[in-house]
Design a protein around this ligand. Structure first.
Ligand code: PLP
Length: 458
């Protein structure tokens, strides 16, 4: 059991103080202040409790990050031990420390052998900032400084900092301004929305060929890398057709463009494989990681490099002019080690692959196949999306799909369920320690919310 929460202030007090001092993420602040945010005070396994004692099933693992669920004493103990022993030191000026070294030992034991080096950060956004600087540096060292354009995808998400926002393809975020140059985008492989008459396989190839067209338009000599999430997370848990990734990989290899996978959501077991690129069967040159690295218990991210890149940086690169005060922070590293050990030694990732993952996917398909509101069910392991559709047979989308999915999300909240609405999709990603009982609760509460939304539409 986690430490019980004894309320010290009323929810209204918290909300008033919150409104006085915070600008929240991705929300109309004035509207939020009028309503008041929920005040979460405690978590255990997949469940959260708010300040008024209401219990929620967290179907989103926080923000796709609490892979081990809430209330893990081993992670808390690892942090506490490290805090007492060496709460801080850095990796500047010819120093290192056991926690970060042992974390890398664990991390690279999970990864295929063509990955060798990591640069640690505090977040996924920073991992992608480091990515841009590092791949540009790689080509600079190889005598190709003009090879610096990064290609991302529309509706991709790579973070909220200046460069990671530019790299992502969220147009409403771009509208805030302040982007960086030398970034280009191609379309997302969202078959339900844009596939038209093409089969998923044909559409997947068509979307991949856009990369080739973009490289030829920009000139391969100017393109440093292509970055994408193996499946889009914030964009709506969009799984590309099977034909997509092999073709993308072929194009990157053909034009000597680095292939960069953003594994911030997909990493550490989400799809039932340790990393989502393994689920799709391609071999990226870099991996951006965060979230599940520490199960969200403490901030940590990183950029993983293949030997090909690391060798150039190490053998020919001279000074790597980059460093963060908290890169490889010992307390974060200690938590990450405990997290990886638990995911592996307790068979958590394996269970997602062979048991709970297939169970969730099967339950969703049984419950929602033929549902009048649901046009597509996608997912693998413990990540899934339900696509709302006005006419599933013709894949017609509702003009007001965002209103409908947000309504569905609110009904869920009222019934003690946290799932997320993104565009026309309801998305879920429960903690990887979910039991079949937790998943039954997730599916039945989701059904309740979707059914009530359908009734309200009439
Ligand atoms: N990359 C992906 C795929 C993400 O989903 C996110 C966050 O949701 C990020 C990067 C940014 O990570 P952070 O919020 O830790 O900066």
């Amino acid at each position: 059991m986690t430490v019980p929460h004894t309320p010290t202030r009323s929810t209204r007090d918290y909300q008033q103080l919150d409104a006085a001092h915070h600008i929240h993420a991705f929300v109309d602040q004035k509207a939020l202040n009028a309503e008041g945010p929920r005040v979460m005070v405690r978590g255990e396994g997949l469940h959260l409790w708010d300040n008024d004692g209401k219990r929620y099933l967290d179907g989103m693992s926080g923000l796709w990050c609490t892979n081990l669920g809430y209330g893990r004493k081993d992670l808390a103990a690892a942090a506490s031990r490290q805090l007492e022993q060496l709460p801080y030191y850095n990796m500047f000026f010819h120093t290192t420390h056991p926690a970060v070294v042992e974390l890398s030992e664990q991390l690279f034991s999970l990864l295929p052998s063509h990955y060798s080096h990591a640069v640690y950060t505090n977040s996924g956004s920073e991992a992608n900032e480091v990515l841009i600087r590092t791949v540009r540096r790689y080509w600079q060292i190889l005598g190709k400084p003009q090879k610096k354009v990064m290609i991302g995808r529309w509706n991709g998400y790579h973070g909220s900092t200046l460069a990671s926002t530019a790299l992502g393809g969220m147009k409403f975020m771009h509208e805030m301004g302040g982007l960086i140059p030398d970034i280009a985008h191609i379309d997302e492989p969202y078959w339900f929305a844009a596939g038209g008459e093409l089969s998923p396989a044909e559409f997947g190839r068509r979307c991949a060929l856009q990369l080739e067209e973009k490289i030829l338009e920009l000139g391969a000599e100017n393109v440093a890398a292509f970055i994408a999430e193996p499946f889009q997370g914030a964009g709506g848990m969009i799984f590309p057709p099977q034909s997509y990734w092999p073709e993308i990989q072929r194009i990157c290899r053909q034009y000597d463009v680095l292939l960069c996978a953003d594994e911030v959501i997909g990493g550490f077991g989400r799809t039932g494989e340790w990393f989502a690129h393994q689920h799709f069967g391609f071999q990226p040159d870099t991996l951006s990681i965060a979230k599940g690295l520490t199960s969200g218990y403490i901030p940590m991210g990183g950029l993983v490099l293949s030997k090909r890149i690391a060798e150039v940086l190490v053998e020919q690169g001279g000074v790597y002019a980059h460093g963060l005060t908290y890169s490889g922070h010992p307390v974060a590293a200690a938590v990450a080690i405990a997290n990886i050990k638990a995911l592996r030694d307790e068979g958590v990732v394996e269970r997602v692959k062979v048991d709970t993952g297939p169970y969730l996917q099967q339950c969703l398909r049984e419950v929602f196949a033929g549902h009048p509101l649901i046009g597509e069910i996608q997912g693998s392991g413990l990540v899934a999306a339900l696509q709302f559709s006005e006419d599933p047979a013709s894949r017609k989308r509702f003009a007001n799909e965002t209103d409908l999915t947000w309504r569905c999300r609110s009904i869920g909240f009222d019934n003690g369920l946290i799932i997320r609405a993104t565009g026309g999709r309801m998305i879920m990603a429960p903690a990887l320690v979910a039991t079949r009982t937790d998943l039954d609760e997730l599916v039945s509460k989701t059904k309740l919310a979707v059914d009530q939304t359908a009734r309200e539409i009439g």
